[in-house]
Ligand binder design. Structure first.
Ligand code: SAH
Ligand code: SF4
Ligand code: F3S
Length: 450
């Protein structure tokens, strides 16, 4: 890459959407570090700006164009050598269209090609006085991008380190863009994951968060014809010098008995399960092409709770899917009451181009969606509040991961993924401490570390 070894360059990278994008952003930074790039906190003085985007809902995708509008204002008096790239799922889905709508963009690529970043940067030109050369790279390569990826995992990004183990999705839920933006489902080979985990641990990670669009569908080659199941992988990782292991997001169809039992057998595996159901109505689940019924989902929850009674359950919901009636929506409320979630995300259905649901009839009016969302969110909020309240007076283990807001304040996570705040100092970071919970809030706990 031009001037690779002599000139220092600054990179502003902003991540939207899910943790897989966060992981990809970390890797992009690592790929560019050997080329003298280091990250800066804002776009103002950056030599390279990367927006790592999300296409999951219309609002998420539109955010990118407002951000590009803001960036354009900064660069009106252009220090025009700044390269502007749109990466991630909007990049993959919209390609050239992004440059047509926002000509300040020089480079567009998706989640499947970012390992080629150094070459791509060489192939664009933003120098004043010369003809601009832009590039759109959204091909689906037939190589394992993780094998091709340069850069080291050896600087610690976070005490709780993200590790992507599975990518893409073949499930084709009728509302969802992921199979089109992230490609077919692939599992990274076990030895690659074990090596990356060791590097992260060497860098200081105390917790591994295994990531995948359907993380529990992971099924990896070890050597020759031998395959590990996902619980196998968890068990092998738990033999490393790591305190905690988590995984996110799981699909009900891939929830095996062996995985449920791992929550009892593997001590390092945290008592937290993010298992989206999306809707409590069997009719809607069928139209969504989710591949399970509400009864099957409940059986998984009940069984997992037999193995690990204190497990915190979390989920995702969509309200206002085409054709959703009041009765369907009430079925969703019913399942929320039955499961008692520790935490959950809920969204208004957003029609996405190219998905089968976008072509369905009986789209629900925006105001009905908003009303339903409010009712559901109030119920979930009440459950989270009750869950948090039940910890007051108890002593819990907290992994301290960063300074809190304000002087001498620290913050960490309980085993159940609650944020826990307390007084303390930087020497606590990376330790698991006993914390006496003194107060609960809607979304966090307050405590005293001993
Ligand atoms: N693979 C995971 C979810 C990945 S997408 C699973 O199947 O559970 C994250 C969440 O975004 C989904 O669980 C869903 O609740 C939400 N989502 C996806 N597409 C959406 C759409 N078109 N409108 C609204 N919410 C959507
Ligand atoms: Fe999207 Fe469904 Fe795949 Fe989840 S399982 S990523 S919701 S298509
Ligand atoms: Fe968004 Fe792509 Fe993740 S669409 S949710 S960033 S997989």
């Amino acid at each position: 890459m031009e001037n690779s070894k002599d000139k220092k360059k600054s990179l502003f990278i902003k991540s939207y959407g899910c943790q897989m994008n966060e992981y990809d952003s970390e890797r992009m930074l690592e790929i560019l570090e050997p080329f003298n790039y280091s990250s800066v906190a804002g776009p103002e003085d950056a030599d390279l700006i990367i927006l790592n985007t999300c296409h999951i809902r219309e609002k998420a995708a539109e955010k990118i164009y407002s951000e590009l509008g803001r960036i354009k204002k900064i660069y009106r008096t252009k220090k025009r050598d700044t390269k502007i790239a749109v990466a991630g799922c909007v990049g993959q889905a919209e390609g050239q269209e992004i440059i047509n709508r926002s000509p300040i963009v020089d480079l567009v690529f998706g989640p499947l090609t970012y390992h080629q970043l150094p070459e791509m940067l060489e192939n664009i030109n933003t120098e004043k006085g010369l003809p601009n050369k832009k590039l759109v790279n959204i091909d689906v390569p037939d190589v394992d991008k993780f094998n091709e990826m340069k850069g080291s995992r050896k600087s610690l990004r976070s005490i709780s380190s993200l590790l992507s183990i599975q990518e893409g999705c073949d499930k084709f839920c009728s509302f969802c863009v992921v199979p089109y933006t992230r490609g077919v489902e692939i599992s990274r080979p076990a030895n690659q994951i074990m090596k990356e985990a060791s590097e992260l641990i060497e860098a200081g990670a105390k917790e591994l968060i295994l990531l995948g669009q359907n993380v529990n569908a992971w099924n990896g080659r070890v050597s020759g014809n031998k395959n590990w199941s996902f619980p196998n992988l968890i068990r092998e990782l738990s033999k490393l010098d790591i305190a905690r292991i988590r995984y996110i997001t799981s699909h009900p169809r891939d929830m095996t008995d062996e995985l449920m039992r791992s929550h009892q057998d593997v001590e390092k595996l945290q008592p937290y399960l993010h298992l989206p159901i999306q809707s409590g109505s069997n009719k809607v689940l069928k139209e969504m092409n989710r591949g399970y019924t509400f009864g099957e989902y409940m059986r998984i929850i009940d069984k997992t709770r037999v193995y690990r009674p204190d497990i915190a359950i979390s989920g995702d919901f969509i309200v206002g899917f085409p054709g959703e009636t009041d009765k369907d929506f009430n079925d969703t409320l019913k399942i929320v009451k039955e499961v008692k979630y520790a935490h959950a995300y809920s969204f208004k259905y957003s029609s996405r181009p190219g998905t089968p649901a976008s072509l369905m009839e009986n789209h629900i009016e925006e105001n009905v969606k908003s009303e339903r969302l409010k009712i559901l969110q109030d119920l979930i909020k009440e459950q989270t509040r009750d869950f948090n309240k039940s910890f007051v007076g108890k002593e819990i283990d907290v992994l301290i991961d960063k300074p809190g807001k304000g002087e001498n304040r620290m913050s960490g996570r309980s085993a159940y993924l609650q944020s826990v705040h307390m007084d303390g100092g930087a020497s606590m970071i990376g330790k698991i401490l006993k914390v006496k919970v003194t107060k609960s809030r809607d979304n966090s706990l307050e405590g005293i570390a001993s």
